[in-house]
Write a protein that binds this ligand. Structure first.
Ligand code: DX5
Ligand code: ZN
Length: 223
């Protein structure tokens, strides 16, 4: 079965002094989504942005906004973030004791519902809701910062995630986030991922447009 590759550059690594130009460049380069990392300084040891920045991005780009919530009590923000223009809301299972209710609420608001897991969290925590998910995100770094090193065990976890989605007949997209670059993307694609977040690899490249194309090409080689 042919899998569509989605490249989702991470806003975290963009140049906020020239945000409009950076977002235009991503569109021009054929990026599929814009990944937006929301951090609250509690769930993760870093603080980023909220509804205002999501709304700003919504005005500056047509790319669907893939919002990754690294916050405690994520449900507090669902309404405001969907209103601000989020297309996908992904919540951490570690911060969502009522995962089923929260996933349903995101869908009710009209956004795609995603869940994600820290590297140390078992995939079994999402099995019961897998069929209801629009997206499953496997973290390949401990969340909080861009530019970290890819955790190699994430490849096997991705393969198990693919298997779990198949077993539960889930149609969820399978996304990977953290340390994705030319050196790591192919193994993730082969393990079953279809959606790839990349921050440092794209914005740290001399030619970000070429980098996006190169990352995509490394997946397309083996469907
Ligand atoms: C990490 C964030 C990532 C981050 C990825 O907590 O969830 O989305 O921006 O950045 P790179 O690709 O630089 O690892
Ligand atoms: Zn992220």
């Amino acid at each position: 079965m042919a899998r569509k590759v989605r490249i989702a550059p991470s806003l975290l690594s963009a140049d906020f002094g020239r945000l409009a130009e950076d977002l235009a460049m991503l569109e021009e380069a054929g990026a599929d989504w814009l990944h937006v990392d929301v951090m609250d300084g509690v769930f993760v040891p870093n603080l980023t942005f909220g509804a205002k920045v999501i709304e700003t991005c919504r005005k500056l780009t047509k790319l669907p906004l893939d919002v990754h919530l690294m916050v405690v009590e994520p449900e507090k923000y669902f309404d405001a973030f969907v209103k601000a223009g989020a297309a996908v809301l992904t919540i951490h299972v570690e911060a969502a004791p009522h995962l089923h209710r929260q996933v349903m609420r995101i869908k009710e608001l009209g956004a795609m519902a995603g869940t994600t897991l820290n590297p140390s969290t078992s995939l079994e925590t999402v099995r019961e809701v897998a069929a209801d998910l629009d997206l499953l995100l496997v973290m390949s770094v401990n969340p909080g910062f861009g530019g970290q090193k890819f955790i190699p065990a994430s490849v096997a976890k991705l393969a198990r995630a693919r298997q779990l989605l198949d077993e539960t007949r889930s149609r969820a997209l399978l996304e990977i986030d953290g340390g994705i670059a030319r050196e790591t993307i192919t193994q993730c694609w082969r393990a079953g991922a279809d959606t790839f977040v990349a921050g440092n690899a794209i914005f740290g490249a001399k030619d970000p447009v070429a980098e996006i194309r190169a990352l995509r090409a490394l997946c397309a080689e083996r469907a």
